[in-house]
Design a protein around this ligand. Structure first.
Ligand SMILES: Cc1cc2nc3c(=O)[nH]c(=O)nc-3n(C[C@H](O)[C@H](O)[C@H](O)COP(=O)(O)O)c2cc1C
Length: 250
């Protein structure tokens, strides 16, 4: 057992200890915990009027066209921000970490995203250049995940990718120092103001740490949710220079 605070509770804690909760506070915490569990139990998934059907027999030989089709259909179905995804990386010891990122492209090279090289994810990718991406589009009950090695695009391509984006994206990149400890919100406000000012004045301002990454897919899984829980899972694996396909039990 670790010394994490969640593991420190003891049923026979000393009531004289000022840190010990009163019975009233304990009862209130129990009620909150119960209400929280009921809230979770009342929430539903795959509960939309009509989920699309997906016949894996008609799926293309390669995952890219299907991914593009599903992203387009998620957009048409009104999924908010369908181009956002979860990126999972791991440090040298294998400890995983994840965060939300925007997808910048998906083409024959792979799935493109961008970030600061010195951020946590950037440092993790430098020591372990492999990652997983996850998309979830609730309105269509679909999930896609992608695994594979990650490479870094050259500085020119990274700069071009950034300078094709919005002024806000450039300003955010110019702030820099991503994942470092921040002293105060005022410090950020000052840095952000200066970055916005520079981004407006100098739309091609260089941001050397900003890096475009490409995840080269080795495995891409498409999950179509079904109200009867007969979910369809189609997994593509790249083997021996070609894509193989298999269904997976849900
Ligand atoms: C909707 C959304 C989109 C985001 N897009 C990006 C992005 O494209 N690039 C990026 O570096 N961070 C993006 N972030 C911030 C990351 O989630 C994360 O906080 C940041 O990259 C630091 O992650 P790290 O400490 O694991 O390196 C986004 C966050 C959200 C909520």
């Amino acid at each position: 057992m670790t010394d994490h605070p969640a593991h420190q509770g003891s049923p026979d804690a000393d009531p004289a200890d000022p840190a010990h909760h009163s019975d009233d506070a304990d009862a209130e915490a129990d009620t909150d915990a119960q209400a929280f569990r009921e809230l979770l139990r009342g929430l539903r998934v795959w509960d939309v009027a009509a989920l699309p059907s997906f016949d894996p027999a008609t799926a293309p030989d390669e995952p890219l066209p299907l991914f593009r089709q599903w992203l387009r259909e998620a957009t048409e179905a009104g999924v908010p921000e369908p181009h956002t995804m979860t990126l999972a990386t791991a440090d040298a010891a294998g400890n995983p970490s994840l965060r939300t990122l925007m997808l910048h492209d998906a083409d024959e090279r792979g799935w493109h995203f961008a970030s600061h090289r010195g951020s946590r994810k950037g440092r993790e990718l430098a020591v372990r250049p492999r990652a997983a991406l996850g998309f979830y589009w609730p309105a269509v009950g679909r999930q896609v995940r992608v695994h594979g090695p990650v490479t870094v695009a050259g500085p020119e391509e990274s700069a071009a990718d950034l300078h094709h984006r919005s002024t806000g994206a450039l300003a955010a990149a110019l702030v820099g120092r991503q994942s470092e400890v921040l002293g105060s919100v005022e410090e950020l406000a000052r840095a952000s103001e200066a970055a916005w000012e520079r981004a407006r004045r100098e739309p091609a301002a260089p941001v050397p740490s900003w890096t475009l990454y490409v995840l080269h897919p080795e495995e891409v899984e498409f999950f179509q949710g079904d109200a009867q829980r007969r979910h369809v899972r189609l997994n593509y694996r790249y083997e021996g220079g070609r894509w193989a396909r298999e269904l997976l039990w849900p």
